[in-house]
Design a binder for this molecule. Structure first.
Ligand code: CA
Length: 316
């Protein structure tokens, strides 16, 4: 998978173009742990006429579920979109303790950018239940866009496997086929709930994995966000400050800019031609001593080919 070079300008152009959701727009549910790049991704989705954001379901990851819910509601209020359902999901990964990432996303998860208290109310449904209900109400129409650990999506599958053939597709941020960021092998979203990720990857629905490999090519720089500064407004100002936080953090690590992992997943949901995505079989390592949470991709595009076979001349 690789991203085309015009990716960042296109993402920025999409973010700056405000349209009401069109009738024929793709219906998506964003499962998210907001999260700085989640925030940019969510605002991108809300401002993309190609997408009809039906719900945000909150998963623990970058921050706790309670903090993520509060952040999501504040963002929906800022954007004037209290019509979008926002529901809390799981409180913990399936089989391990929660590890949050305030060091990366700021103490409040939003780069320490403080938003006003929300006017929106949380949906009372449990996140995985909301996913199940919406998929049944919109068969073959919902694209799931998970931007955090895959706990909620896995719980939805476990609770009601009949949703799998009714989901249009899954476009998720997570994983890597060339080394991780939490460990040498594992990317954070997958590392934070490997068992859930394996369930999602093996469910049998179409999955597009927007991994670190391609996300690392989408570096947002100070030059890029000058464009945002020229378009002031509540959402632009918020995204500008979040972006500054992320870029400053990246610069401390010697990077030229901040990787737009979650926004790229939304970008791929908007326009799949942003990237090239080869068809690979992917399993998630759940038992490795050093590799737990690794997305193990068969780069030959096939599985279980490493078996002895006769040579073509039939002599062996
Ligand atoms: Ca995220």
């Amino acid at each position: 998978m690789r991203i085309l070079s015009e990716g960042i300008p296109l993402l920025l152009a999409l973010l700056l173009t405000v349209h009401p959701a069109a009738g024929a727009a793709r219906k998506i549910i964003i499962d998210t742990d907001p999260g700085t790049d989640d925030a940019i991704a969510i605002m991108l989705a809300l401002n993309s006429p190609e997408l009809d954001v039906r719900a945000l379901t909150i998963v623990p990851g970058n921050v706790t579920t309670a903090k993520g819910l509060d952040n999501a509601l504040r963002m929906m209020s800022l954007a004037g979109r209290c019509d979008i359902a926002v529901a809390a999901g799981a409180r913990q990964p399936l089989f391990q303790k929660l590890t949050t990432a305030e060091f990366f996303h700021g103490q409040n998860g939003l780069g320490n950018v403080e938003l006003p208290v929300s006017h929106c109310q949380a949906d009372v449904r449990f996140g995985p239940d909301l996913i199940i209900e919406m998929v049944h109400a919109n068969p073959h129409e919902i694209t799931l866009v998970p931007l955090g650990p895959l706990t909620n999506v896995a719980m939805a599958i476990q609770k009601d496997p009949s949703i799998v053939p009714l989901v249009k597709e899954v476009v998720l941020m997570g994983g890597s086929v060339s080394g991780g960021n939490v460990s040498g092998a594992a990317e954070a979203n997958i590392h934070n709930d490997p068992e859930a990720a394996q369930l999602v990857f093996q469910a049998g629905w179409p999955v597009t994995m927007v991994g670190l490999d391609v996300g690392n090519m989408t570096l947002l720089t100070r030059k890029h966000i000058e464009t945002l500064a020229r378009h002031p407004g509540p959402v632009s100002d918020f995204i500008y400050k979040v972006a500054v936080f992320r870029i400053a953090f990246s610069e401390k690590l010697g990077a030229a800019g901040a990787a737009m992992y979650d926004p790229l997943a939304v970008g791929v949901a908007i326009d799949a031609t942003l990237v090239e995505a080869p068809l690979l079989h992917v399993d998630v390592e759940t038992k490795g001593e050093f590799t737990r949470g690794e997305t193990v991709a068969n780069r030959n595009g096939r599985n279980e080919l490493n078996v002895l076979a006769r040579f073509a001349d039939g002599d062996h």
